[in-house]
Design a binder for this molecule. Structure first.
Ligand code: CTP
Length: 476
């Protein structure tokens, strides 16, 4: 169906006029389709990646565009996929020929046949992503919107062009994409579609973890990630790839004693932290900070519910989760582990009425991540009692003040003991041995405990005394 409306102003710029000329020279119907059109109407700012659809060979169109572009821009051709790509300084053009696709039930690999524009639009994920602008001169800027994506944009609804069971079965990743778009755009998923996701959630298993994680990252970077995570949970998708998180759901009661629902608490923490940071990995740390609570949960008559050691257990689980989801096992993962492992430390410091030595140890162990850790702990305050909320925040502010004070005085962040192992060996004429490590640890602890200042002279003197107490004799 050809919508009468034309939007040539959406295709302003040299690239679009080159695309138009190239399409006409080859006598190929060509369109800008998908995200670019959607984001134009949503006024989300111009998209950098532009999907160009040719009814015919997308590769030929790309080659023609390459010829017409003023600079020596090269086209990359992916013969196996029938696609091509041109990167200019500002834009990334992806060319594809219109297809009529059907998929194998158990794989993402489509059986591809050439098709018409309508065939191609039919096989796209959502009505709002199936809209196209014509590029050919005679109809430049015409909107082709066969499924009334414009109306769905206005009504803020995610809907599939075909029966959702077919669209999701063609590519089960689309179930996650539905939730991702709903979260990013603050749209609602049509009920029929959501029910289909619930029915087909198990089919996510044929999707690679990399593709899943790409979508999860996008949900995580939304203003209010809980919106997406609640839908992921409700749809049954979350349990497919992150059962550690769904295991936190629920409240148990024994002898009248309950614990909080750690799943919803976690989501609140993620929302809280997202107001204060755009660091993807700190947001991940918030998402995973309590995952150790399911396996460590115990009930005893004396103390009620406990989650002893959940931080340590949780940090181990971070590794397994990252590994399984094929996420990077690098310093990002180590950062998340560290945040999870240390997530209760600032609270413990408050319980010790924030003594200097407790704060020094905290700063020493957190190193450069102390700010992030404080941000996480503050986000962890989810009490609905305003008096307590204020009290906890005040307490953390006191810890922050104390951190500044201790840092200024003792320079404890990333500190190395002021006496080196070599100096110890020299002072007692030692070969490498256990005592050197013992002395070094003793020096470090004395500094952290405030027994001696973080200075060479005091530390050297302390080393001599400590060595003597271990039965060593100084030689200098
Ligand atoms: N598409 C699809 N099914 C998928 C992935 C993509 O039908 N599983 C189609 C949609 O028409 C989509 C277009 O391919 O608009 C481009 O996909 P992609 O670049 O992943 O998404 P965008 O819509 O461009 O949005 P974003 O950049 O936010 O991911």
């Amino acid at each position: 169906m050809l919508d009468k409306k034309h939007y040539p102003e959406a295709l302003e710029g040299a690239v679009f006029s080159i695309l138009s000329t190239a399409a006409d020279e080859l006598d190929l119907p060509a369109y800008v389709i998908g995200g670019y059109v959607r984001d134009y109407f949503l006024k989300r700012g111009q998209k950098k990646d532009i999907d160009v659809l040719a009814v015919g060979s997308g590769i030929s169109l790309a080659r023609k565009v390459e010829e017409l572009l003023p600079h020596s821009t090269k086209v990359s051709v992916f013969k196996n996929f029938g696609t091509a790509m041109i990167k200019t300084d500002e834009l990334e053009l992806e060319f594809v020929g219109a297809r009529k696709e059907s998929y194998n039930r158990d794989s993402r690999k489509p059986i591809v046949e050439d098709g018409s524009l309508e065939d191609d639009q039919n096989r796209r994920d959502f009505t709002i992503n199936a809209m196209a602008f014509s590029l050919n001169k005679s109809s430049f800027g015409a909107l082709l919107d066969p499924f009334n994506g414009m109306q769905d944009l206005q009504d803020k609804i995610i809907r599939t062009p075909l029966d959702p069971d077919i669209t999701y079965s063609d590519d089960p990743l689309r179930m996650l994409r539905a939730i991702r778009f709903a979260s990013q755009l603050n749209f609602r998923i049509e009920q029929k579609s959501f029910q289909s996701i619930q029915r087909n959630a198990h089919r996510l298993k044929i999707i690679s973890n990399e593709r899943i994680v790409t979508e999860v990252h996008k949900i995580m970077m939304c203003d209010q990630p809980s919106f997406g995570f609640q839908l992921l949970e409700k749809s049954g998708l979350l349990k497919q790839f992150m059962p550690e998180l769904t295991a936190l759901k629920g409240i148990e009661e024994i002898e009248g004693q309950t614990h909080k629902d750690n799943f919803y608490h976690t989501l609140e923490v993620v929302d809280n932290i997202s107001k204060n940071t755009n660091d993807l990995w700190l947001r991940w740390a918030a998402l995973l900070h309590d995952i150790g609570k399911a396996p460590t949960k115990r009930f005893s008559k004396k103390v009620g519910w406990t989650f002893h050691g959940h931080e340590f257990k949780g940090s181990k689980m971070v590794y397994h989760l990252f590994k399984r989801l094929k996420m990077p096992l690098n310093d990002k993962m180590k950062f998340v582990q560290k945040m999870v492992r240390m997530s209760s430390r600032p609270i413990a410091v408050i319980d010790e009425t924030a003594t200097d030595s407790a704060v020094r140890r905290l700063v020493h162990d957190a190193g450069d991540h102390i700010e992030d850790l404080m941000t996480l702990c503050e986000a962890d305050i989810t009490t609905k009692n305003p008096r307590r909320f204020k009290k906890y925040h005040n307490n953390f502010q006191k810890v922050r003040d104390k951190i500044v004070e201790v840092e200024e005085r003792d320079h404890i962040r990333n500190f190395q003991p002021p006496v080196s192992g070599e100096e110890i060996m020299k002072a007692f004429d030692l070969q490498p041995c256990r005592e050197i490590g013992m002395i070094k640890t003793a020096i470090k602890n004395s500094i952290l405990d405030g027994i001696i200042p973080n200075e060479h002279t005091a530390a050297y003197q302390f080393m001599i005394e400590k060595g003597k107490s271990l039965g060593l004799t100084p030689v200098i």
